[in-house]
Design a protein around this ligand. Structure first.
Ligand code: SF4
Ligand code: SF4
Length: 376
């Protein structure tokens, strides 16, 4: 990828519009990342028209394949906007990122067109209710059962892996209620002390053991993605042009209800991160780019990790927030490296060579990779 290409507003042929349908939410999760900088609840529902969105797309994204993630706040608090956008652009791909509590309200016309519903949980019932409120997990799983027959695409658990008690058994138990499990290590301080790290590593080892125990697919996205990146390293680079797998440096636009655009949903409180404005109709390249201050170029994990989380790297090494770097960024990097080494020990190339073709296709081309950060 040459320098002029990397300076384009969107690098590559795809773009994800991460559309905040509202900044309101009906839950109060204790660690909500959107609450940082008082973003949560700071705006109501989308304030721009679909004509304004179309003018922006025509100006900046005319030749791109577009996929949309409905985001928030809780996006299902603004179903009319979702339905209207889906009706106007039936050729786009659509995903919903939701806390799951209002899923039962979605009309069938919306459900059939969703490629993926990413449901936020914190683990199984006890852990989820601990962070989100009593009864939330049961409400969510009941809703999932209700919508499943009408859903066009897949259901993915999006686990924020924070609580030190989360075990292999707890994560494993999320299947088969969900088609896939994606986890991200929590980006809050206080979860990676000397007691918590060995427990997280133990759970990781057991997950990896189960992944390699049979040629069938064990649908944990970060394990699938890491195995893909080990066996087919070019795949780790091509979708994000060699930059971050989470797309924040290349082709994801987080659009707030007021139309301002940022590369990362967790950095919308930082003015230097604004990369566009839907209403004023301008867009520039993502300001969230690798810098020499970040340690990735000399990291043993770069080939498969591909700069896991640009927000973490930016806050930890560019803003030089030492407590965040030491208590969040460095422990997560340690866990990513551990995961890579544990996968190497089990010979992913041999496993892939023996896997049925359908499993190999999932490892190589799973659609969910397009919607999540792949790395945890
Ligand atoms: S493990 Fe950390 S330092 Fe290494 S490539 Fe990933 S984000 Fe960068
Ligand atoms: S993984 Fe990417 S999108 Fe997610 S918080 Fe980090 S930088 Fe932002």
């Amino acid at each position: 990828m040459n320098a002029p290409e990397l300076r384009r507003p969107i690098v590559g042929n795809r773009v994800e519009l991460n559309i905040f349908t509202t900044l309101a939410c009906n839950l109060k999760c204790s660690y909500c990342s959107i609450a940082v900088g008082d973003v949560l609840g700071s705006q109501g529902k989308v304030a721009y028209s679909l004509d304004t969105l179309d003018a922006f797309i025509a100006t900046h994204l005319a030749d791109k394949e577009i996929y949309v993630t409905f985001y928030g706040g809780e996006p299902t608090l603004n179903i009319p906007f979702m339905a209207a956008l889906m009706e106007r652009h039936p050729t786009f791909r659509f995903q919903l990122q939701t806390n799951g509590t209002l899923l039962h309200r979605l009309p069938e016309a919306v459900l059939t067109k969703l490629s993926n519903v990413l449901v936020s949980v914190d683990g199984a019932e006890h852990t989820t209710d601990h962070y989100r409120g009593r009864g939330v997990y049961r409400k969510v799983t009941a809703n999932i059962e209700k919508i499943r027959p009408k859903l066009g695409g897949k259901l993915t658990a999006r686990v924020t892996w924070g609580h030190p008690d989360i075990s292999f058994d707890e994560l494993d138990s999320l299947l088969p209620a969900f088609d896939y499990v994606y986890w991200q290590f929590t980006q809050a301080e206080g979860f990676y002390d000397a007691e918590a790290m060995p427990r997280k590593k133990e759970a990781l080892s057991l997950l990896i053991d189960k992944f390699f125990a049979s040629p069938a697919l064990y649908p944990f996205i970060p394990l699938m993605g890491t195995v893909r990146n080990k066996v087919l390293p070019s795949r780790a680079r091509e979708a994000c042009s060699g930059l971050s797998q989470c797309r924040a440096s290349t082709h994801i636009l987080n659009i707030l209800p007021d139309g301002r655009i940022f590369p990362c949903p967790d950095l919308t409180h930082r003015p230097e991160m604004q990369q566009g404005d839907l209403v004023a109709n301008w867009l520039k390249a993502s300001p969230l780019q690798p810098t020499p201050a970040m340690p990735c170029e000399s990291c043993e994990a770069l080939a498969f990790c591909r700069r896991n989380c640009m927000k973490n790297l930016y806050v930890g090494y560019v803003l030089d927030d030492a407590p965040y770097r030491e208590q969040v960024v460095e422990p997560i990097c340690e866990l990513v490296k551990f995961m890579g080494a544990e996968i190497d020990r089990r010979n992913p190339h041999a496993w892939f060579a023996n896997a049925p073709l359908a499993v190999r296709r999932e490892i190589t081309d799973c659609e969910i990779y397009d919607y999540v950060e792949v790395m945890p």
